[in-house]
Structure formats: structure tokens, C-alpha cells
Design a protein around this ligand. Sequence first.
Ligand SMILES: *Cc1c(COP(=O)(O)O)cnc(C)c1O
Length: 393
Amino acid sequence: MSGRPATGFDAAAAGRHCPVMDRAEEGTFTDFDAARITVRLGAVAANFKTAQRLAGPAVVGAVVKADAYGTGMVPVARSLLDAGCDTFFAARLEEGIALRPLAPKARIFVLDGAQPDMVSALIVHNLTPVLNSIADIAAWSAAARETGTKLDAAIHIDTGMNRLGLPAAELAILAGEHTKRLERLRVVLWMSHLACSDDPEARMNRDQLNRFKTVLAMLPPAPASLSSSGGIMLGKEYAFDMVRPGLGLYGGNPQPAKANPFSTVVRVTSRILQLRRAEKGETVGYGATFKTKRRSLLATAGLGYADGFLRALSNSGAVAVNGVRAPIVGRVSMDLVTFDVTDVPGTLAAGNEVELVGDTITLEEIATAANTISYEILTLLSHRAQRRYEGAP
Ligand SMILES: *Cc1c(COP(=O)(O)O)cnc(C)c1O
């Protein structure tokens, strides 16, 4: 206690008794957060049901890789479990391990496969690898031999992505020797992945569908899965026994040329910190890259590229204030973004909410403005912004 002034503001003591600080310590949001990410868990559950409706009777396996596309794997997985989801896909082994305690009974697939140094962790955590090569199949079979049991596996056959999955030459080997090569395994899923499912007009969709059917006829029978969110929108012919949506669950539009059947999950909002008048011909922000063409009312909100709001949105795209679009002017900086609110009706003030992504500004709109895709916008959502989860089960 020595050295503490007898009078004046005691920040430490004030912090201890300040209710806002107390809530922040509990991991919830603060009232003064400038940048906020709101995740509507009810919409995640609704989107899961939409996928079931579009793909049924196929099972919906939820793809929760990359922290559920940046939305937060733990609360999202809880909501999906509550909605009846019993099958999940992780990319990394670590993601599967993190999910296991939340979903002790669920089937959890790991897309990365089964390299020899992964097999013991896969077994310990009861994870099902998606085997991507003859080498993966051999490593997983060796583990099965050691444990003296058959092990479950999904097997990924490449039908045109040239990314992961057995290439044609390895498929030929497997098809010719499947009795021997699969004797230690229980194949629970034959899987492939579409390259162009965001575009319903792409010829490659049908080519891959036909190729997948040919592949399945070469292999012993097991449930099959071809479609992610985009494939779900291509029709039931593409659904097989299981679909694997990611983006749609998080409210993205899997086929941006069509209306989005999925509901908005993520809102990124901020608050106006300052409003100012600028005369015609003044410049805005770093590098003075924007010059006003008229007397303007400019607003600056507390959110920038350190919150995942890409600097590529400088002088591109818009935010929404009271549901009205306001164009971004000047460069997006680390903590701040400035936009032109001259044409926004009504009286604005510091503290007014600004929507950067949400019901008015869709993920696809902001992604197009940033010359990227909705997936990258979602997965870049930062952890500086305060997060609020609505509708937890
Ligand atoms: C990421 C991924 C998915 C989910 O894709 P979305 O387009 O987000 O629905 C499905 N399958 C595989 C193999 C993936 O890598």
C-alpha cells in the first residue's frame, strides 16, 4: 500500500469495483467496446436445419475448421449439437482434439489425413481421419494392426481438385487391391470435393459428379459425400449420403449469383467516434488518397485492419449507418475507418452504431469490395474486437 496517494483517482481500486470491468474479466463484452462481433447462434442452428432441408435425407456434417470460420468453434459446436448435429469435420488434428470434449459422442472427421506421427493422437481422441493417399491408408492400417482392431476411416478420392485425395493412379491401385488394402479398416465414408460448386453453370460440377459415381462403382459400398455448401445448392443429385457445409452454416452465400438460402450469422459493428465537416477538395486519411468532391459530412468509427477489416477496403465498399450505405473514404487504418455520411438521413452523433458486416452489408458485398471471398472475411475476424454470442442453447 505504500506509495499510493491518499487522495485522487485510484485506478486499480476503481477497476476492481467497476461493474463494466468485472464483466470484461468474465470474458463477456464491455459497454464501451468500439468494435464488436456479434454471432447469432440461433441463425447457425437455423442454417443447419436449412442444409438438412436442402440435402435431406443426407446427413449434414458440420465443417467447423478454422475456429468455425472465425466465428468461435466452442459456442458454435454447442449450438449445432443442440440442433441435433452429430457429425463434424475439422481440418487440423488439433481442431479435432479441441472439439472432442464438447462432443463426446459425435463423429469427428479430420480432413488433414493420417500421417504416421498423427495416428496415436487420432486414436486417443477417437477421431476419424479422412485418408488422402495410399500412404495415409497404410499408416492408419498399421495403427489398426497394432491395436488389434479395425479402425474407422473416411477415404478421399480426388475427382479434379488436384489438392488432397487419392489421385487417379492411387485410386487404380486401391480399386484393384481393396480387399487387402482395406482389410484393417472400416470405411465409413467415401469422399470427394467439388472445385466449382460456387458456380451452378460450371461444367466441371457435372464432370466431377459423373467421375465420383464411376469411382464409387469401383470400390466396396459405403456412405458417400461430395458436396460442401455450394454443392448442397446444386440439388439432391449431389447430396449422396452426407453433405459437408461450412460457409452456409455461418451465413455466407455459397452461390453468390443466387439468393442466399442461409441467414446472417455474423454482424461486425462499431461506433462513430467523431463526426466532422470537410470542405470540397480536402483529403482524408493516410496518403491523402481521397479528395472530397463536395462539402461533406465524414464519420470515423473505431474499427480497422487490426480487427480484420481489410485495408483493401480503402476507398472501396461501404458501411451501413441506420441501414443506409455510407461509402468508405480514404485508407482503412489499424484502428479506424472513415466514411461519407453526407447522404445519410437523420441526425448522427458520436456513439451511433455502424454496421460493417451484417444484415445490410453482406459478407459477399464486403468481400467483393475487398477483391476477396466471404470465407476470407470470416476467417480474418480478429480477437481484438469484443465478441458477443446471441441465443446460446
Ligand atoms: C472446407 C471444406 C468444406 C466446407 O466448404 P464450404 O464451402 O465452406 O461449405 C467441405 N469439404 C472440404 C473437404 C473442405 O475442405
